[in-house]
Design a binder for this molecule. Sequence first.
Ligand SMILES: Cc1cc2nc3c(=O)[nH]c(=O)nc-3n(C[C@H](O)[C@H](O)[C@H](O)COP(=O)(O)O)c2cc1C
Length: 318
Amino acid sequence: MSITELVAAAAWAPSSHNTQPWRWTVSADEARLDLYADRSRALPVNDPRGRELVISCGAALFALRVAAAYAGRGAIVEPFPDGDTDDTDHLATVHLAGPLGREAGLYDALAARRTHHGPFQRAAVDPGTLKDLMAAAEAEGAYLHVMDALQRNAVAGLVGEADHVLWCDRGWRRELARWFRTRHGGDGLPVSLASLVPTRFVVAHLDLGRRLGTTDARLVAEAPAVVVLATPEDEPGDWLRAGQALERVLLTATCAGLSAGFENQPCEASPALRARLGAVVHGHVPQIVARLGPAAPTRPTPRRPVAVTAGRGAPVPR
Ligand SMILES: Cc1cc2nc3c(=O)[nH]c(=O)nc-3n(C[C@H](O)[C@H](O)[C@H](O)COP(=O)(O)O)c2cc1C
């Protein structure tokens, strides 16, 4: 598998609003890849600290590890190799060396995984599978909390409240509207050419918080399983680990026949709502809220053409 193919496989990772906010460079001997945050793809209103941006890059990093293992190559990850975690775009160096990881078994799930936006088929999730998902998160230094009935109700209420807060904010709506795109562009939330202008108009101009809050709360309340991915702290290093854990959990779920739908609004809408969610998960810092269940296959969201450039920090051409 070529370096370009490895990076193409990594691009199947999920990202907020499908922004794909990563860029990769490769060393001359092709033994080292460097992962950078592409802040030109940031969501300053939805994600002012770049938390979800780094989580998305972490998901791509885990996907790259899976692809490398499948290609028979080791992958030793050096997080934040410049020693600075706060003010850097240089998120990781991957040395394609060392022992083979056991991630190769997740390779087929990379392109098969989908975010599911609607209700799931009604079916209980096997407790053994939930244990595997918790172990997948722990293997990457994060926690996966599986919500019991009481916690699930609390989360459903927080998701509904968070929808109200987000949709009240015109800046947030405008930012979301800009990421609705046709498939042609290779990124964003795909809509048909005919519905692009009306969708953007409605999202930018109408406060749909009340309606979506009710729908999303019901989706959470009725999902076969609801999980919260959390970390001990809330620093860029935690976000990068959370991203790798997220992708490991999602790929493990895909292998078990489960899709995920994100309900991340309580982590995005306000620090107060996020703190209330934190209380539900025993004081850990919540990073991602997701529903899990079986769903019929859907069309994949688009991805940008792959570009890997030589050397550290060189810009990736579009
Ligand atoms: C950090 C992060 C946050 C996300 N938050 C949401 C969310 O709040 N609501 C949602 O519907 N999808 C959310 N997503 C899913 C993305 O929209 C999805 O990954 C992207 O559109 C690509 O589609 P795919 O996952 O089917 O490949 C999130 C993804 C990531 C990585």
